[in-house]
Design a protein around this ligand. Structure first.
Ligand SMILES: O=C(O)c1ccccc1NCC(=O)[C@H](O)[C@H](O)COP(=O)(O)O
Length: 422
């Protein structure tokens, strides 16, 4: 882990002292002239190299620290799933078909233990011939569930965002961002103070399963109310298409003087998003095991560490829990009680995943488990606490109340604010 000692090298004569972000260099500067790099490390660090031209990528934007991280994890072995290009052919139907066949042969789902298919395996559904657009839908390019749909859309969105703001362009915003706050420390302090699971209160306007949860949605007022009433941390949805969230909300909450550490609640498919989230003031990010292969989780954990952010690694079932328990450096595991295929919520999922050896392993590793979704009553909170969680992530049951801040005392059965709980 020495490689992660960012900025520890002494400044070279004539060069500015290295900073946490000095590895994010603009192409065309000194570093750009160095040897070309295989696509994996560059892309894996969200380098913003417009696809599909990996062979022209250099390490200009990401050296040296992130490159060291890359080679110390998966990137030297294989291109991460989050960055594999598939189905990106705007040419003829014949070329499309060939691309689809190639893409199908590189299907990721299953291979890495992740549940969803990370790309449409038979290429995109929309094709262009001259001025005409037509759709060719089949099993391979129709998402099988909402998570798959969200992730496919996110993938397209992120590649566009990366083209607009390549990694080197984030250096300034990263340096200007407010320092990262201690997300894990805030959860521990709250648990120690109240003896109840620490609350991560979610600033959530809408969701795919429930539609709009709150019409009069002022993210800053809601965040302030949550903080005042005892939330340890806040989760801010930034996904626009499915949750009506935004990065503006995240920034506005941070800039309004809210002290609680902020989780950027986003569907992370590319390491570039980690840098972007931090540049917008995030103190923690969500890494979903159903979406990310182990090697990407490992790699992203290292980048989070460099950026000073925590990572909440989310699991849905035993298989994902076992995968994540095998990864070093995980401090927070979220157990999501929502089945993302059916939207059914069942809080006994938390208990099931914490029973027996898994629970023991978690205790040994000193991991904090976060119970997520479907928590509405003090009985629900007691149930997941008895199962072993030390923190809860709650959206709907608070945000739908007339006064979301006051709803916290209702959820816990007591006032957990600093004023109320000793
Ligand atoms: O909330 C959804 O409908 C949803 C759908 C698809 C993917 C993720 C989804 N939710 C993300 C979450 O994890 C929840 O927002 C969070 O756990 C809070 O849940 P709740 O208290 O039930 O609002």
């Amino acid at each position: 882990m020495e490689a992660l000692a960012v900025g520890s090298a002494p400044p070279r004569p004539g060069l500015a002292a290295p900073t946490r972000y000095s590895h994010l260099r603009r192409p065309g500067t000194l570093a750009a002239a160095r040897r070309p790099l295989a696509a994996a490390p560059m892309e894996a660090a969200g380098g913003g190299c417009p696809s599909p031209a990996p062979a022209r990528c250099t390490r200009a934007e990401t050296e040296p620290e992130v490159d060291e991280v890359a080679t110390s994890s998966h990137a030297a072995e294989a291109e991460p799933a989050g960055t594999t290009e598939q189905g990106d052919n705007n040419g003829s139907p014949v070329a499309d078909a060939a691309a689809a066949a190639a893409a199908a042969s590189t299907e990721i789902a299953g291979v890495d233990g992740i549940r969803i298919r990370r790309r449409p395996v038979t290429g995109p559904a929309v094709h262009y011939v001259g001025p005409f657009q037509f759709r060719l839908e089949n099993e391979g390019n129709t998402p099988r569930n909402i998570l798959e749909k969200i992730v496919w859309d996110k993938d397209v969105e992120v590649s566009q965002m990366k083209e607009r703001r390549p990694l080197y362009m984030l250096k300034g915003p990263l340096e200007a961002a407010p320092p990262a706050r201690d997300f894990v420390g805030a959860l521990k302090a709250s648990y120690d103070r109240t003896g109840l699971p620490a609350l991560i209160a979610e600033v959530k306007k809408a969701s795919p399963s429930r539609g709009v949860l709150r019409e009069d949605f002022d993210p800053v007022l809601i965040a302030q109310a949550y903080e005042k009433n005892g939330a340890a941390c806040l989760s801010v949805l930034t996904n626009e298409k499915y949750f009506q969230g935004s990065f503006n909300n995240l920034e506005a909450i941070r800039n309004a003087g809210v002290q609680c550490p902020l989780l950027c609640k986003e569907f992370i498919v590319d390491a570039w998003q980690l840098y972007y989230a931090r540049s917008k003031g995030a103190d923690a990010v969500l890494l979903i095991a159903a979406v990310l292969p182990d090697r990407d989780i490992k790699y992203m954990l290292k980048i989070c560490k460099i950026l000073g952010m925590a990572a909440l690694v989310e699991v849905h079932d035993e298989r994902e829990m076992d995968r994540v328990l095998g990864i070093d450096g995980v401090q927070l595991i979220g157990i999501n009680n929502r089945n993302l295929e059916t939207f059914e919520v069942d809080i006994s999922n938390t208990k099931k995943l914490l029973e027996g050896e898994r629970g023991q392993k978690i205790a040994e590793k000193d991991v904090i488990v976060v119970g997520e979704s479907g928590l509405f009553t003090p009985d629900h909170i007691s149930f997941v606490q008895n199962a072993g969680v030390k923190a809860v992530l709650v959206g709907e049951s608070l945000i739908k109340q007339e006064d979301p801040g006051k709803a916290i005392a209702g959820l816990f059965g007591k006032d957990i604010s600093h004023a109320g709980a000793a």
